[in-house]
Each structure stands twice: as structure tokens, then as C-alpha cells.
Design a protein around this ligand. Sequence first.
Ligand SMILES: [Zn+2]
Length: 443
Amino acid sequence: MSEIYDVHTSLLFDPKRLEWLDNVSITVNKQNGLITKIVKRESEKAEIAEGDLDLRGKVVLPGLVDAHTHIFLHAYSENPSVNQKRDESFVERIIRATNHCRIALLAGYTTYRDLGSESMQEADANVRDAINRGLMPGPRLFVATRVIASTLAYEPRTENHIGGTCLPAGCDAADGVDELRKAVRRRIGHGADIIKVYADYRRRIMRFPPKQQHPYKSEIKILPDDPNPDHNVFSDEELKAIVDEAKMAKAPCVAHAHTEDGVVAACKAGVLSIEHGSKAGKRGLQAMKDNDVILCPTLSVLESVHWPTLPTILDNVKKAFDMGIRIAAGGDTGTFPHGEGAREIELLIKAGLTVEEAIKSATYRGWESCGGDLCGRRFGWFEEGCSADIIALDTDPRTDEDAFRKVNFVMKDAVVWKQENQPVGIVEIGKPVRGEYLKRTVI
Ligand SMILES: [Zn+2]
């Protein structure tokens, strides 16, 4: 196959323009992984040269972006997060991540914004590099390495810490402006693409310790609702220092926040996105709107842990969308199985977004939530200079609600990984990727 070839389509959706386009041919370059030309044909007829790809008859989209993932987590229904961190070896978790990345790519996800290594230190940056070097198939990763939280705000904890009971650190814990600036510098130095900070968390969890840290429900029924509510973990001054330090390194800073207080504080500090925002409330939504902050509502994880207020949260996502807040699709994937990322798109549609807007959330908005041009690569729409990330569905999502589960074709950076529903270049689990893919473009 030559280095430059055409991909012929008969129906394509461009999320940036929010338009369905007929009869488009896209020229891609395997050398640099980019789209080099886009041509509108007169009719469905196409001149197919040797090496060209024919996706006519399928529904073509840009490669999907999951804006909130954890490659090192597998479903909480299989093993709660604390047990994964406590019991599974570093090696097992790396091998699981390798499988997760392959599965995600074959499901159409060409980019993952991976928001926290969950006690795996900076191994997410190493997996990112292994993918970029062609050692394993997977989405393009933008990683946070360790998340930043205050002392004991986000750590796996047990009721027995006598005698050196040792659990791997969950985050990069730091307090006070100077220490926090240092923590951001550490993250940047260790290769983080994105700085992730906890704005709030259930940091008083040891007051009513649950048997398992998920789903965080106490068995002591004293309080009317959640006995382990979220509280802000940083002062405004501390949050501002984190965001400013990240900005100095031209790195986006994103915040985990569920509560109104957490969301408002993070927005005021200048974060790019709010992760979850399940109880953002009126003030939270307004703060997102006023500061042009992206909302990544992670509906899939809330559904998978049977969050009781999910219907209200769906309403709020629609409210946020109607206010003009940008919505990014990210499921907190890993807390439920990798490969099921499409659930987030389905839930955004359930919340009331149109199919087109939901696709935009899972593509173009995903790119924006990686920092846009700050991330060093353009992807998530079709234009000259964008990464040649192209997927094809067997059916049309406007008429088939399961369409996002029917990914027939996957190309990332002009390299094909799935064709006619079959993996390409991935011979079997465990076997090395074919030599020709070792020549991968590094971002
Ligand atoms: Zn998460």
C-alpha cells in the first residue's frame, strides 16, 4: 500500500460543521498520519485506485474520543477499586491496560483522555509512549499521571493502619501554595499531558467507613441522605496556584467536582473542564457558563453504580447544554468495561442531545477537552491537517440506537486497525503487532 491513499465515503458526519455530507473522498498520508485533502465527489461513484479504501454504504465519523477514562481500572462490578489497587500486581494491571487499550481502539475510540493512573504512578505515560511507538495497539492517550489532592483526601484507606498496613498512594498529595506548585511541576516533569485536581471528595469517609469504598454507603443510618458527602479539599488560593502553574507549562488543568461548592471553586480557579458535576446546581452551572468551562458528566459510571439521582442528572445535562455549556462525552470508562464507551453517547442522547450533538461531544468536544491545540494534535473532525482518525458504522445512528456498537472500520493516524469487522495487524492476544505498524507517527 502506498503512503498516500484515498478513503471513499458516501455518507459522512462532520462534527465541527454539525453536518452530514454525501460522497466525500478523504486523502490520508500514512507517513505523518494526517488528512491531506478532502474532496466532494459529484455522485456516489468513485474511482478506486489500488490501495484506496472503500467505505461507501457505511456511516463514517471521525474516530471517537472518550474524554474520561482510566486504563488501569477494570469494572468495579468485577472488583472494587480499592481491592484492585491493594491486591492486583503492577504487572497484572499493566497487562489489563494493554488489553483495555486494544479493546477500546477496536470499539472506535482513537483517543482516550485518561484522567488518573489510580495508584499506578506514572505508568500511564509509559503506556502512552508504548502506543505511540507502535509497540501495542490503542487509542492516542492524553494522561494525567497521578491526580493532585490534599493530604488524605484521595487515598485508598482501610480501618487498619497499624503496623504499616501499606496501600499504594492514590494521588500526588500536597497542601499549600508552594507545595502544590511543586506537585504540578512534578506532574509536568513526569510527562503528564493534563493536570487533574480534586476540587471535592468524600474525604471524611473514615467517619462512617463503608465495608467497601464503593458505593460509599454507610450501614449506619443516622443521616438522612449520603453519610459521606463530598467536601472541598483545597482553598481557593490553593486551587488557583495549581491552575496557574499548569497554565505556565501550557498544560490544561481539569477538576473532579461533584458538588455546587466544588464546581464553583474549580471554575473560579480557571479549570478547562469539570469532571462529573453531578450536583453542580444552579450556581455550578452558572459558574461553568461564565467561565466557559466544559462539562464532562460521566453519565455511564453513574448508571453503572445505580446512582439514584441519574434522571435528575440527565435533566441537568440538558439544562447545561441549553445554556450553551460545552459537553464532552467521557464515561469514567474503566469503572465499567472498556469497549463500552459508546454508552456515554447513548446516555447523552437520552438526556436530550440530538444524535449530531452527541457525536460532537464524543469527537470535537473531546479534542477541546484535551486542551485543543495545546495538546499538539488536531482530531475529532474532518479537515486538512487533522489526524486521519476515521471510523465507520454499519448502520445510521439517526435510525438505529445501537449504531455506535456497530463499528465496522477503525483507522487511527492513517493506519487501519479494523476492517470489515475484523482486527487488522492484531494477530492474536499476546502476539506482537505486525512489523509494518512499528513505523508509527509519534505525536
Ligand atoms: Zn475518573
